[in-house]
Structures are given as C-alpha cells and as structure tokens.
Write a protein that binds this ligand. Structure first.
Ligand code: GLA
Length: 393
C-alpha cells in the first residue's frame, strides 16, 4: 500500500485530511537471542516493512483509533487514558502516550486526535510488529506532546525506552530493549551491535557479496504471550540470584565462559542452569559473530547462527517443532551458511544466510520439507535492511 492510498483511507475514515505521516520498521535479529533482558549484546537490523501512522488533531478531546489491518476501532477521551480490556490493539498506542506523560512531566496532550495505523509486518511472525507500532506512536506523540530532545541519537533511544515500557505496562510482556531499539535506531544496510546494559551501540555494515539474508515464516503464530516469555525472564533472574551467592552479578551477560565454569554449580535449579548456560554462550557467540562479519568471515558468522539455534532449542527451549523443522531443513542445503530462529521464538520466523545461487533450491527444499513435517506452508522474504523510525510528511 502506498502512502497516497493510506491518506485516502484516512480521508474516508475521518472525512478530513491526515496532517502528518510517520513510519517505524519491524526488525530481524541476526544473532544475540534472549540475552537483551540479561544485559547481553544483540545484533538486529531494521527491515523495510513496518508500521505507518497517520494523524490529525480534532477538537473533541477524544482519541479515535482505526487500523487498516484490524477491524476494531476505539474512541477514548484524552482524560481517560488507561489499559483497555480484551487485549485491545489500541493499548500499544495508548500505552505510549501514557508512558510519554509519565517519563516527561512537561509533556501533555493538548487536544484529541484521529489516528490511522497500517502495518505490513506479517502478523505473529516475530518480526516486531508491536515494537514498530509502539515506536511509530512514540515518535509522533513525543512531537505532539512537546517532548524536545535535541540530540537525535538520544531522542531515538528515548523512543525505544518509551516503547519498551509500554510493552511492560500495557501488554504485560517483560521484554528487553532490542526490538524497540532496532525500530528506533535502524540504519539502511547496517545491523546494530547494541549493548543492552549500557545502551551503547554501533552500526555495522552488512556487506554480503553474493549472499542474502532470507527470512522464513513458519506461519505458526509465535505465542509470545506473557507466559512463556516472562517465565524465561524469571528463570534467568533466579540463575542470577543463585550465582550471586558465590559471585555477585547484576546480569548473566557479565560472565565469560571461563567464569561460567567456576560458578555454574551454584545454580541448584536445573531449568535455570540450562537457561543461564544459553545466555553465557550466546553472548560469546554474538561477540564472535560481529567480529567475523567485520573481517568478512561470513561462513563463520553462519556457523555461529546455527550454534545459536541449537542452544535456543536445547537449553533455552524456545524453538518448537516448526522452527526446528525450518532450521534443520535449511542446514541441509548447500549454499546455506547458517540458519536460526529469530525473535522470541515458539513460532514466528527463522533467519538464514543463503548464497544467491542457492536461493531457489533453498525455497523449494525447505518449503517441501517443512510442509512434509508440519502440514504448513512456509513463506520466504529476502530481507531489505532499512532505516529506523521517521516522519514521512
Ligand atoms: C522478543 C523480545 C525481545 C527479545 C527477544 C528475544 O522479541 O521483545 O526483547 O528478548 O524476544 O531475543
């Protein structure tokens, strides 16, 4: 859908013109999975698909929410911003407005707004459609509510923090910062090497001659409900508590693999032990992968991606039969350098590095194997790495 078509849809929905248009992307994480809420470093890229938001102020002191993807619309008075029941989609938007006001006492909604959202991140694919919606809303409404942060990098980091807090408070998912950060700070043809403890980051060029980043959708919706995800967050916290009895730490990511061997026996809970082993290994793999990419050693980068999947499957237990079927089929294809689940897991997508000449075989072989094992049809997208959130008009 073009922005012209979105503007037309806005006029049809509200009988007047949109005044501003914003865009924020979804993301794919190349490596560094389930480490962000434990102070680890991650390596995501913003995608060219994401969420658009069109807005115009109104004189009625109400917020009207419509979406070109979801049938429900909502109307909420500006003085009654609070979480809505039944997992209302407007919570991602309302939540950001609320969090902006909580984090910036000077910020205020002066009047009502008509809002129209459109998203083209495949739903439930684990490519951060909700983070895109949060970040696009945070971008628009920091501006509308009068938040001024002159330094662009700091401003974008603040947008990510608003989105993350919205996810905690309005969606009940105790997520890390990765998704919102990638959506806010993305850069075309670069991945973001982000330290999730300090929020320091570096844009690293993704120059892959003759190789593509291919995203494969299981079409098995990732059930990133608060349940399984928040369990992992708590299990890691338990590991931190138990390790701290012998070596005080704030986050698992502080441990090198050598430290790990010294302290692992302090974890008495076998599940927490496995979870922590994943985090420590993944942090080391991610650092090695970024170095490999910088040196142009893409084959090694791919091997680390595959090792990441194995650890997420065996120790973190967030893959499930669909993601495993995709990754295991991909590993068999000549010309695939590496393949792993990406995002929260339990469904969603894999990300693979595939040589140009192998892409067609990859699609047909992986597609057929996947269908044989699961009865589902997979979808393939060659990733276009795009920029972070922006105002378009
Ligand atoms: C989800 C969360 C992120 C991160 C990933 C796993 O996408 O929103 O914060 O924890 O899972 O790496």
């Amino acid at each position: 859908m073009t922005t012209q078509e979105m503007k037309k849809a806005f006029e049809e929905a509200y009988g007047r013109k949109a005044e501003k248009i914003y865009f924020a992307p979804g993301r794919v994480n190349l490596i560094g999975e389930h480490v962000d809420y434990q102070g680890g470093s991650v390596f995501p890229c913003a995608l060219s698909f994401g969420a658009w938001l069109l807005i115009a102020p109104n004189a009625e002191r109400v917020l009207r929410f419509k979406s070109l993807n979801m049938p429900q619309s909502y109307e909420i008075p500006i003085d009654a911003i609070a979480p809505q029941p039944d997992r209302a989609w407007c919570n991602y938007s309302l939540g950001c407005m609320d969090i902006i006001a909580r984090r910036h006492p000077e910020a205020k909604l002066q009047n009502g707004y008509d809002l129209l959202y459109y998203g083209n991140v495949p739903a439930g694919a684990g490519l951060s459609s909700s983070a895109a919606m949060e970040v696009v809303t945070a971008r628009a409404f920091t501006e509308e509510m009068g938040v001024v942060i002159a330094d662009d990098k700091k401003y974008r980091t603040e947008l990510a923090l608003i989105g993350q807090e919205c996810e905690h408070v309005y969606a009940g998912v105790m997520c890390g910062i990765m998704d919102q950060f990638a959506s806010a700070q993305g850069k075309k043809d670069h991945a973001i090497y982000l330290n999730c403890d300090t929020l320091e980051f570096e844009h690293v060029p993704v120059k892959l001659d003759g190789i593509k980043v291919v995203i494969t959708n299981t079409h098995s919706p990732h059930h990133l409900d608060s349940g399984a995800y928040n369990d992992r967050v708590s299990q890691c916290k338990l590991a931190v508590e138990q390790i701290s009895k012998v070596k005080p730490i704030k986050f698992l990511a502080e441990l090198t693999e050598e430290d790990w061997r010294e302290v692992e026996s302090a974890i008495t809970d076998p599940i927490a032990h496995k979870r922590a082993r994943h985090v420590v290994g993944e942090v080391a793999r991610t650092a090695a992968a970024v170095e490999a990419l910088k040196r142009g050693e893409i084959a090694y980068f791919g091997e680390l991606m595959t090792a990441s999947h194995v650890s997420l499957r065996d120790d973190f237990e967030v893959t499930g039969p669909e993601l495993d079927a995709l990754a295991e089929a991909a590993w068999q294809v000549e010309g695939v350098l590496g393949s792993r689940m990406t995002g929260g897991g339990f469904g969603g997508c894999t990300v693979s590095l595939v040589r140009d000449e192998a892409i067609e075989t990859f699609k047909s072989f992986v597609g057929a194997e996947y269908e044989k094992k699961t009865g589902l049809k997979a979808d393939f997208y060659v990733a276009e790495i795009g920029d972070g959130v922006m105002r378009l008009e």
